[in-house]
Write a protein that binds this ligand. Sequence first.
Ligand SMILES: Cc1cc2nc3c(=O)[nH]c(=O)nc-3n(C[C@H](O)[C@H](O)[C@H](O)COP(=O)(O)OP(=O)(O)OC[C@H]3O[C@@H](n4cnc5c(N)ncnc54)[C@H](O)[C@@H]3O)c2cc1C
Length: 526
Amino acid sequence: MTDFPGRADVVFVGAGHNALVAAAYLLEAGRSVCLLDRMDQPGGWVRTAELGAPGFLHDPWSALHPLFVGGPVWSELGPQLSRHGLEYVIAPVATGSSLPDGRTAVAAVDPQTFAGELARLGESAGWNDLFAAVAPYLEPVFGLLGAGLDTAGAQAKLASLIRDSRGSALPFGRLLSGSARDLVTGCFRTEELRCLAAPWPLHLGAGPEDPAGALWTVLVLATLAAGNPAPVGGSGRLADALVALVAERGGAVFCGADVEEIVVRDGRAAGVRTADGRTVTADEAVVVSAGPDQLYGRLLRDAPGVPAAVRTQARGFRYRRGCFQLNLAPSARPRFRDSRLDAGGGINLGRGLTALVTSVRQAEAGLLPQYPSIAWHEPTAVDPSRAPEGRAVVRLQVLDVPLRPTGDAAGTRYGAGGWDAATGEAFADRVLSEAEPHAPGLTGLVLERHITTPADLARLSPNAGPGDHASGENSLTQAFLQRPIPAHAGGYRAAVPGVWLIGASTWPGAGVNGVSGRAVARSLIG
Ligand SMILES: Cc1cc2nc3c(=O)[nH]c(=O)nc-3n(C[C@H](O)[C@H](O)[C@H](O)COP(=O)(O)OP(=O)(O)OC[C@H]3O[C@@H](n4cnc5c(N)ncnc54)[C@H](O)[C@@H]3O)c2cc1C
């Protein structure tokens, strides 16, 4: 019971990558920090592990880090993190699409190769016109991604983006309120290119028909122009390097510590109390990596001074879709019908745009989708250290699944009882059979498969709510100034002074990006 330091300037509830990033900056500025996490290791959803046979290094959760490498934290902390062993590898292909009949689109990192692909598809004009239209928005919007939106300056910038672009071919307001489906059907002619682009907002928490999906699509594609990096050795190497940096700077990280309550004294945060009764005093701030539902429904449930409307907003925080993941250990590298897709990156497999829209609708209606779409990532394409020689690891991520299934759009008996083991296995079979036409022979190569259902995610962390990898819907209703709840106005200050909320539920949303951790550290450092 005496493990914890009695006090720290800043106490963190959760030691995910955002918290570790914030801690690294705060320590450099001379603050003391203490991070408490209920999991058995720090890093949150950033981890790499052998899930079965030795030598197969899987990313059970996050894998690709384009937002982190393209963002401010990597440019500022990169040298220190590299010193602690973090190295990124960028596959020659950033993303692509594959349709069952063999049609593909391949976004190479090399601009000339990609220009050739657009020409082959007859999409040069569509792509170039889109990026010419959005070019004036990219710099200001990427600037807004780096800090909270609850300042007059940020809100003025957003307002001027909307106001000043009203006369343009693609006004910013349309991008902000439009869907990915409308964007890609309006701009691209081919199913191949539409299917390369439209699934990406799902990774950030927005479906293909959701408002804000158009902007998320453009921002992801702009980010992926620099490639789709993954840490050499696996996603967890980022967590390892951050933990090493925090330790080197004198920070304290404790796992197996479930924080039950934020202690509030004289109207402001004074520390935390864990479920097993240990306490740490916070002299300056308590920084929480969670959703607003946990923040106000658990950690501040008895705190005086929280307006009833804020509690109501927090209870209304919405999770819309789940995440199902299959981590495969194949006996050899699988091969796509189009060998260009064997080069790595994040590849979208599916039956087309209408099928994607349909499967998302089925998922949101509580049904296992009949034809799930798949985000494919084979790290061993560019990082042989991830598997024994000649073998491979592959992550198949499915983001059009129900949080709590009540049935099956394909009409089987599965799903009626939620994500029970039989449903997980049957759905894994379905995902593999959907992948098979794209990479023929895949199923026969699989030595081991490890299934993660939304129910597993919910059990692992409250930040997934009922099983959402994106920590809450991120369409317009719950994005920008409404993230995570309108009362926070896209910022990180909670309703109790001295409490800050960071992480995927906050602006700009899900993803390994480190943005909210850095932003809060900068606010505290002043
Ligand atoms: C299956 C899956 C796949 C993903 N794939 C990708 C990907 O490829 N690329 C990408 O960019 N993003 C991906 N993401 C999203 C990304 O991983 C997350 O958005 C990001 O890691 C969130 O980081 P965080 O630091 O904000 O919080 P988290 O990683 O959620 O960490 C928060 C920590 O807080 C702890 N915590 C919460 N409440 C308490 C409490 N009361 N007491 C103590 N500790 C507490 C939790 O245990 C957790 O460790 C994926 C997510 C999942 C789940």
